[in-house]
Design a protein around this ligand. Structure first.
Ligand SMILES: [Zn+2]
Length: 274
């Protein structure tokens, strides 16, 4: 593992670590944390947008390490500070920073060994084999809640704020909003469940294609909590968190502080999944 490799990891996963950090601070009532840092102003924007929490409401001190593009720094932080946080759109920009950042976010990379999270959410997409997916989830997760809904483009944007490319976004939105989807709020039966691995295994078992992949499940704790907030609301999430996540808060906060450069292990140290 070279420093260059770990640097790429940090860029790819910093926004997700920041999202996890702010969700655990808010839900765990952990009080203001130490200063953390992210590579790009777009990381800060992404975490705020995904959580629908405006930057000033976070009570967090977030240093942006790369301020080489003043235009992006100003824009990303303004969008993050809006209530609710705004979206920059998917069109091209002169400086190209946003597209480069989004490309890094969505590029394939090593899976990170995120700290444990009990709660998760499965979104079974339109026209998916819903009963088969429920059966495959059942040995791994208990179902705490289930509802059917038809997604809007506002939903898809909040689920995937970093998606780019007009054609891709149009096709994805047409697919995801085309009919009823099922949302399941889940609780892992075992403490060491890796939601990313469960998702990949189920996708492999039911088939599907790159776009029509049938199942959305977050692979990291921050997005798991943000997805529950999106579909069940913060009030219900807070109740679930008190029941099922309190034991994980301290460990996750230590992980995020290390990953975001304010813990003893320093920056760029998200461990790979085994
Ligand atoms: Zn820029």
């Amino acid at each position: 593992m070279t420093d260059a490799d770990t640097g790429v990891w940090s860029v790819k996963y910093a926004a997700k670590a920041l999202l996890g950090y702010l969700m655990d601070i808010r839900l765990g009532a952990a009080g203001p944390g130490p200063e953390v840092s992210v590579p790009s102003p777009w990381d800060t924007w992404w975490a705020c947008y995904r959580a629908t929490i405006p930057l000033p409401g976070l009570a967090l001190s977030i240093v942006v390490r790369d301020r080489s593009c003043p235009s992006c720094t100003g824009r990303a932080l303004r969008l993050a500070a809006a209530s609710p946080p705004g979206h920059p759109g998917t069109g091209a920009q002169a400086c190209g920073c946003l597209l480069r950042w989004a490309g890094q976010m969505r590029a394939p990379g090593p899976r990170v060994a995120w700290p444990p999270v009990s709660l998760s959410l499965a979104l079974i997409k339109p026209d998916a084999p819903t009963a088969a997916i429920n059966d495959l989830l059942a040995p791994v997760y208990g179902i705490l809640g289930s509802r059917q809904l038809t997604l809007t483009t506002a939903d898809t944007r909040r689920l995937y704020p970093e998606a780019y490319g007009a054609d891709y976004v149009r096709d994805r939105d047409a697919y995801l909003t085309s009919g009823p989807a099922q949302v399941l709020i889940l609780r892992a039966r075992r403490a060491d469940t890796d939601p990313g691995a469960v998702k990949m295994r189920i996708r492999g078992q039911i088939g599907g294609a790159a776009l029509r992949n049938h199942l959305h499940m977050p692979d990291n704790p921050g997005e798991a909590l943000a997805d529950i907030a999106q579909f069940a609301g913060y009030q219900e999430l807070a109740q679930l968190y008190r029941r099922y996540e309190r034991d994980h808060t301290v460990r996750r906060l230590a992980f995020y502080r290390a990953a975001l450069g304010s813990g003893p292990a320093g920056a760029d140290c998200l461990p790979a999944a085994g």
